[in-house]
Design a protein around this ligand. Structure first.
Ligand code: Z5A
Length: 230
């Protein structure tokens, strides 16, 4: 059952909720930054956040889920436990960061959200997808993004980009097959709900990717004068 408090705050709120999804190295962080700049230049207040993370608890859970924590026994979490960690972090992020920002009228730009759990733990690790959807709904008060951008590219290209930046975490160390399942899962999700998703070829240069997102996002921005009126 959705959490009534979050539902009231976030689903009816004046802000705009945008999420970025995709595989490793797809360019989510780079695009989150570029979109934040464009949105601010357009006069919109932006709350930029990420999953897992975005709150002190979320950052600690991130270290555990990604196998970066110093206690080695968390390095081999089973998929259901892993799912519940991401869900816990999401519940707190929505309550303490996303819902208040949407209530203020901000554009929230979130690097990964509930679709990551469906793609990675569901399609990637075979956790039951209906269960994940239900857990997502409970954790978020059934909050759904107005726009979800899938930055799509072959996993080998994304992993090469990501691994160029730092040493691989637990997910980046998975077999290529796993990342192919995640990609196929994302594409299926996007094809089922084209009104919410925008699929962008992430092999394009950074600015071309930003332009493609902006073409879809800009018309969704309500002018400040309209937002201020009763
Ligand atoms: N996970 C999960 O399993 N379940 C869940 O519910 C959630 C998450 C929420 C998060 O780790 C991990 O958690 C993730 C899924 C799992 N798996 N992994 N690994 P993360 O946050 O550390 O990883 P990430 O989200 O994949 O971030 P990333 O690897 O940093 O990728 P990115 O943000 O999409 O890419 P980037 O940092 O913007 O760019 C990477 C590099 O590519 C960088 O050098 C850029 O300069 C370059 N780049 C970016 N765009 C371009 C273009 N267009 N051309 C050329 N080069 C580019």
């Amino acid at each position: 059952m959705p959490r009534a408090d979050t539902q009231h705050d976030a689903r009816q709120a004046p802000g705009l909720f945008v999420t970025l999804e995709g595989g490793e190295g797809a360019g989510k962080s780079v695009q989150a930054e570029a979109l934040t700049s464009r949105l601010e230049a357009a006069g919109r207040a932006v709350c930029r956040t990420r999953e897992p993370g975005g709150t002190p608890l979320g950052e600690r859970l991130r270290d555990i889920a990604l196998g970066l924590a110093s206690d080695a026994h968390t390095a081999n979490l089973d998929p259901l436990s892993e799912t519940l960690l991401f869900i816990t972090a999401r519940a707190e992020l929505v309550q303490t960061v996303i819902a208040p920002a949407l209530a203020r009228g901000d554009v929230v730009v979130c690097d990964r959200f509930g679709d990551s759990t469906v793609a990675y733990q569901g399609y990637g690790h075979s956790v039951d997808i209906d269960t994940i959807r239900e857990l997502n709904a409970i954790a978020t008060g059934a909050l759904a993004p107005a726009l979800t951008v899938l930055l799509d590219l072959p996993p080998a290209d994304g992993l090469a980009r990501a691994n160029g930046d730092r040493s691989p975490d637990r997910f980046e160390g998975e077999e290529l097959d796993f990342h192919e399942r995640v990609r196929a899962g994302y594409r299926e999700l996007a094809s089922r709900e084209p009104g919410r998703w925008l699929v962008v070829d992430a092999l394009q240069p950074v600015e071309a990717v930003t332009d493609a997102i902006w073409r879809r996002l800009e018309p969704m921005l309500t002018p400040a004068t309209e937002r201020a009126s009763p």
